[in-house]
Ligand binder design. Structure first.
Ligand code: ADP
Length: 177
């Protein structure tokens, strides 16, 4: 599914983000930038050790923020490592933090002149954020950003499970009204 926002494309696809051909990919990192399971582990495995070497130099990243490294062996030239919130029932600012991680990642991309970026569904795996709400937040944040931005031409969500793609498609219809 794809829509046009202020001349840019917002698209939702099913797939593996490590294969994405956009200029940058987002990662669902942890605050120590230590790698791990899920999409983070997959990105480091596919991209090779140079990504971890850059993460070690950076040292860490606060929840709700993001940092940029090269893409190593990935097709994507850059990885933007965003740290989403662990979900604790929604009472610890999780929604704001999730919004922030996408907004910060997009600002880094745009600031660097990056024209295309793919995101995974941040926080909805091990971090436990309910995907229906997370999808609405992610999509609203991207749409708000694209309405003001003149650099990014393509923002794509790459959903690892087909059922997650369905959730994102429903959320996009809802957010667009
Ligand atoms: P978090 O700790 O932020 O919840 P996870 O990596 O556990 O991060 O999960 C985030 C999302 O990434 C989940 O929806 C998971 O299904 C998805 N995911 C896992 N591997 C990949 C991949 N190779 N490409 C895209 N998404 C992936």
């Amino acid at each position: 599914m794809e829509v046009t926002i202020n001349g840019s494309e917002l698209s939702l696809v099913h797939g593996d983000i490590t294969l994405a051909e956009t200029e940058a990919i987002g990662n669902a990192a942890n605050s120590r930038l230590a790698g791990g399971g899920g999409v983070d582990g997959a990105i480091h495995r596919a991209g090779g050790p140079s990504i971890m070497a850059q993460c070690r130099k950076i040292g860490g990243c606060a929840t709700g923020k993001a940092v940029l490294t090269g893409g190593g062996a990935l097709k994507a030239k850059y990885v933007i490592h965003g740290v989403g919130p662990v979900y604790h029932g929604g009472t610890r600012g999780e929604a704001e933090l999730l919004k922030s991680v996408y907004a910060e990642s997009l600002a880094i991309a745009s600031g660097k002149g990056i024209k295309s970026i793919s995101f995974p569904s941040i926080s909805t795996g091990v971090y436990g954020y309910p995907i229906e709400e997370a999808a609405r937040i992610a999509l609203r944040t991207v749409i708000d950003f694209l309405k003001k931005d003149e650099v990014l031409e393509l923002v794509r969500f790459v959903l690892f499970f087909h059922k997650d793609l369905m959730v994102y498609e429903d959320a996009l219809k809802e957010v667009l009204g």
